[in-house]
Design a protein around this ligand. Structure first.
Ligand code: SAM
Length: 277
């Protein structure tokens, strides 16, 4: 059975009503991904006939109607203008994490021969993009989740960075003994009881929740930065965690602490330098 693209677009929009925020746009994105075509093609081929009984299309519509994120259906995500593989084993990279990369690249010389450690590598996007911009840096990327590491391994191989990014499983820095020049992390930072949109329930819960208050992992990382005298720590955080980070750091002498905001002008992370007694 076939239908015109525009009719199928209307049908899918109906199925997504009340479930996703912009059903018409989401239906368009689903169809573009299914067809492997861009928006121009979509607009100019509205009368093309599409087989609406294709099992893959039916499965995508059914799962999207349950609010499974499109990225988990297509296994593709775009980050920092590059394509990455993603599945339910890792968090879907968020656009705001691009700011974390920008903030690091503003402060690190492109030729630096440094050791970078990432905690919570997830799909690998942060270490991979940084490795592409810092060709002389070595990377150790840690995650507590084997499933996340499997996603990162796949992306690292796709960019041929196996020699430069070493993956390790472990809790925070427990698997890292080497001196660290730069620690970077987008840790889980949501409080356990925070009300969340339903689409987040498909993402790994240990990628989202940072503890009862939310900033527990950030605080543990700050302790590590202090104990190991790590020169620079770049960290993403929740929009409402700036005060908590400042409060916690009152216990330490720091050379500089700079917060940065995202596109919505919300606090989104910080760069800490020179923690000492
Ligand atoms: C918010 S996700 C970030 C993923 C990826 N870096 C990104 O920005 O899209 C946090 C990651 O931290 C990992 N994680 C959670 N607790 C951890 C811990 N105690 N030690 C190491 N990794 C942890 C999770 O498995 C998850 O992959």
């Amino acid at each position: 059975m076939s239908k015109r693209l525009k009719e199928l677009h209307d049908d899918i929009t109906q199925s997504l009503r009340g479930i996703v925020e912009s059903p018409r746009r989401e239906a368009e994105l689903l169809l573009m991904a299914y067809l492997g075509k861009d928006q121009l093609y979509f607009i100019t081929h509205q009368d093309d006939r599409i087989d609406e009984s294709d099992p893959r299309l039916l499965e995508w519509i059914e799962k999207r109607s349950l609010n499974v994120p499109l990225e988990y259906l297509t296994n593709r995500v775009s980050f920092y203008s590059r394509e990455f593989y993603v599945d339910e084993g890792s968090l879907i990279p968020r656009p705001e994490t691009e700011h974390l990369i920008d903030e690091v690249l503003k402060r690190v010389d492109a030729t630096s021969d440094i050791t970078v450690v990432e905690v919570g590598v997830g799909s690998g996007i942060i270490s991979i993009v940084l490795a592409l911009h810092l060709p002389n840096a070595r990377f150790i990327a840690v995650d507590i989740s084997e499933r996340a590491l499997a996603v990162a391994r796949r992306n690292i191989a796709a960019f041929s960075l196996e020699e430069r990014i070493e993956l390790r499983q472990g809790d925070l820095l427990s698997s890292v003994d080497e001196p660290i020049d730069l620690l970077v992390s987008n840790p889980p930072y949501i409080a356990h009881d925070a009300p969340l949109q339903s689409n987040l329930s498909y993402e790994p819960q240990n990628a989202l929740f940072g503890g009862e208050i939310g900033d527990e992992i950030i605080r543990r990382l700050l302790d590590e930065v202090y104990a190991r005298r790590i020169g620079m720590f770049a960290c993403e955080m929740g929009f409402d965690q700036r005060k908590k980070v400042q409060e916690y750091l009152k216990n330490f002498a720091v050379k500089s602490l700079e917060f940065y905001t995202d596109l919505a002008s919300l606090d989104r992370g910080f760069i800490l330098k020179g923690v000492h007694e």
